[in-house]
Design a protein around this ligand. Structure first.
Ligand code: ADP
Ligand code: MG
Length: 215
């Protein structure tokens, strides 16, 4: 199975559904160490993305992801809009046509580089990077070991979820939460949490029917 246009659109719509469902939780996390808008920022952004995709006749998976990124940049005012926007634009540029696991791993790495180029965060700074970095590593390792797309995506989702959990003891060094200094310790980072949703959505849309979560 390749990551093609249908899967790209399915992925983005699955992210939109997950964001809708988890909006409250993301907002609660952001209320603790930020300004409480992460859930609504992403909800608004991905609602606009879905509307943008409705009118799109994409030439390939990359066209879907590039449009996603462009829409997030234009619709989301918070830090997460430009960061996720650039990430999706980088993914889009890396995936002009259908891609297998190895190529998709490199696209994910390009997405991470885009987040870091813009936001200058390193692993351990309590950001999106703390979930995206282990997800890329897990996806790449699985692909190199011969895993197919669903297996690699499942490994990436688990790694992103662990990465998000692992932000709890960290002190924020980037973004709004860094203003709290040591008081940011003890809370899960909202952006790392939404990144875990994004990778879980990828695992869900690539999974053959009914196998998700079973392995
Ligand atoms: P804002 O902080 O502008 O209100 P959001 O609430 O939508 O924007 O997003 C907050 C999340 O953005 C944080 O939880 C963090 O994960 C992420 N973030 C903030 N700054 C950076 C950065 N420089 N690099 C990576 N991620 C960041
Ligand atoms: Mg916020």
């Amino acid at each position: 199975m390749d990551f093609d246009t249908t899967l790209a659109e399915g992925w983005v719509r699955a992210i939109a559904a997950a964001v809708e469902e988890e909006q409250q939780r993301l907002t609660e996390l952001d209320s603790a160490i930020g300004d409480g808008d992460h859930g609504s920022n992403l909800q608004r952004g991905f609602a606009a993305v879905q509307a943008a995709l409705d009118g799109l006749d994409p030439a390939g998976p990359g066209a879907v992801l590039t449009r996603t990124g462009t829409t997030l940049i234009s619709k989301v005012g918070g830090a997460s809009g430009p960061l996720y926007g650039k990430a999706f634009r980088a993914l889009g540029a890396a995936l002009p046509g259908p891609a297998g696991p190895a190529e998709f791993a490199e696209a994910l790495a390009a997405g991470l580089r885009a987040v870091q180029d813009l936001g200058k965060a390193e692993p351990g700074d309590k950001t999106i990077v703390d979930a995206w970095t282990p997800a890329v590593a897990a996806f790449r390792a699985a692909a190199q070991a011969g895993a197919d797309l669903p297996e690699a995506a499942g490994a990436a989702a688990a790694a992103a979820e662990q990465g998000a959990l692992d932000t709890v003891p960290l002190q924020a060094r980037k973004g709004r939460a860094s203003y709290l200094g040591p008081r940011s310790v003890g809370h899960q980072d909202p952006g790392a949490t939404s990144t875990a949703l994004l990778f879980r959505a990828l695992a869900e849309v690539t999974a053959p029917d009914g196998t998700q979560g079973v392995s």
